[in-house]
Design a protein around this ligand. Sequence first.
Ligand code: GLC
Length: 409
Amino acid sequence: MSTEKLTTEVMAIMGKNRRETAGFHYTVPSPELYPFQWLWDSCFHALILLKCGQIEQAHQEIYSALARPLENGLLPHINYWRQPPTGEPWGREHRGDVITEAWSIEGSSSITQPPIIANTVLRLYEAHPSQDFLEATYPVLCNHFEYLWQDRRFNGDSLLYIINPDESGEDNSPRFDQAVDLPAKHSANEHLDRRIELMRQNAACGFRANKCMSLHFGIADTPFNILFREGLESLAKLAQVMGDAATHESSLERAEQVEHDLRTFLKKDELFLSYDFVSKSHIEVKTWAIFMPLYGGLLNDAEAKSLVDNYLLNQELFYTPFSVPSTAKDEPAYDSNDGFWRGPVWFAPNWFIYHGLKRYGFNDVAEEIKQKSLLLLEHSGFREQYHPDTGEGQGAHDFTWGGLVLDMC
Ligand code: GLC
């Protein structure tokens, strides 16, 4: 597919999914299944809009994503904007109303998602240096990053701990099975039950993660921390533009500490593995997250080559006709048919892996991932996830993330 045709198709989805409430413009990931605003989705949307030459819309997407932080500075992962429907079943497990209530606050969720927001703001600023955009976003970013730093380190190290699987952006990834006390095979409803319980516990302790949430669930997740480190570096650059020397310096110092602890505490043998605070053990389940150190530049060349050769290109694990599966094929949890994050291919992981490969000069492998991503769009259109062997679309329709292919370059 030519870039022109792809851009036209992406703009059509973005236009279809664009909403306005009380003067705030945002894009819903999918009209039926996800009719609200999600934090990391909005970062993807802003970058997609940037690639489509829609800088105004990209700014608006970020303004609305930053419009409703919680009192403690946390940027919630869902902004409802409109009243969620009541009385009729909605949402993936038809329990949207139970989820909305479990956040125990009005209008948004009470947890966050991977911190790619500072990096997104920096990319938009670098592409179109607008002082107004920076001044409107910078203070909210600082508060969010400060919240994460103060509240989400609760193991005496410099790593951030997520307090619910949804904070990883990979709601039912098997990385979290042990922590939510579920076997490799279980139903989507059983999984949601456990996550709702965590939401209620979160509310019961007044959202003070470091005080009591850590008793129930606390994971130093590899992608989240790699993205936080990168976020701090972006924040440092933004601080420099803003003339904020104190934040510039503290962000760089923190980024160094996070990098140090990523290497010290999450690297086990050849892989970076997430760490479970409650069971005090590394999580051995292999998911696409093992490739995030490529994106974060945490490997030397030999380590990177071994990761690509032995895992990414290994047909027993992650190499499929429509790579990259979200979970390795040899895992007991692997479920390529509607398994959600337990096997199907998603565009965000493909996008992170693509950039990681480029960073290390694996240009041919990166190009193959891009071509397979394009094939998915041609084959099945803009769907939420895809079957790794057949490319068949699964989950939500008119899902926006396929637009990330425009940023594989
Ligand atoms: C699902 C995904 C999450 C995404 C949300 C909205 O919950 O797991 O990453 O943000 O849908 O698209």
